[in-house]
Design a protein around this ligand. Sequence first.
Ligand code: C5P
Length: 288
Amino acid sequence: MIVTAPAKINLTLSIIGKRPDGYHALESVMQQLSLSDTITIEEADDIDFTCADAGLLGENNLVVRAARLLQSQCPTKRGARLHLEKHIPIQAGLGGGSSDAATVLAALNEFWEVRLPFDTLMQLAAQLGSDVPFFLNAPTGIARGRGEDITPIMHRTVGYVVLAKPAIGLSTPQVYAKLHAPTLSTSKVSHRNHPVTQAMISALQANNLEAVARSLHNDLEGPALAIMPALFPLRERMLEAGCQAVLLSGSGSALFGICPDEATAQHAALDLTNDFPWTWAGPWLIPR
Ligand code: C5P
């Protein structure tokens, strides 16, 4: 069995406040991309994980943790050989590890014929990380709570994205630690859209990519720029290369740009290879 695990960008990310459990309550419009990792699953007696990048091997990888978590829910213990072909850079804010974990949960649920219902998979996904549940859902969605409460969004806007990542990554806890968010007395989720979220949903549903570009917002960008000021000139370079708007994805360190068409995106990515060690251009995924 071969499955793909898509990357994501955060078109908006609004921090509501700091919860009693230490996590931040947020609201984010998340969008999956055609950039993806590939995971190959084969029969085996035990859980066996391979990857060409030796730095990603070991029990701590979310692929292994997802497999072991699902295995703990199986009445009869089965194994699997899991091979990860990595295309999504790590410490980039592109959700690669989270997507790998969600994809393994969903794929092994089929491969081992566990047949856990969707809600149970969502709960297991949330145990693995705040961003994991989103990847069990449609390509576009609103994430609330600490990220695990997902509302899918339907839209038909075709978007072309340029990604560019500096050599150094950013650690999510470090970026969150730089935020000065108000303290909340409850972790309860409000389902009334934040104005930033509403503007983005309206832009997507109006099929207006220019309005999408105008409505980009990320509360983690300020803290990330404070930790890594080198991102300022890089953002300028992406605008010069033809992006309509540029934003940090999640907690970074990758920046994404929105382009009016595929040719501009491809040209910009090529142009940016002098300034960034890693670039990518392509369309995002459209909900069906
Ligand atoms: O859930 P996950 O393990 O991916 O989160 C990593 C870290 O990011 C947390 O330990 C926390 O420091 C920060 N975080 C947060 N609020 C969120 C999500 C993550 O403070 N909603």
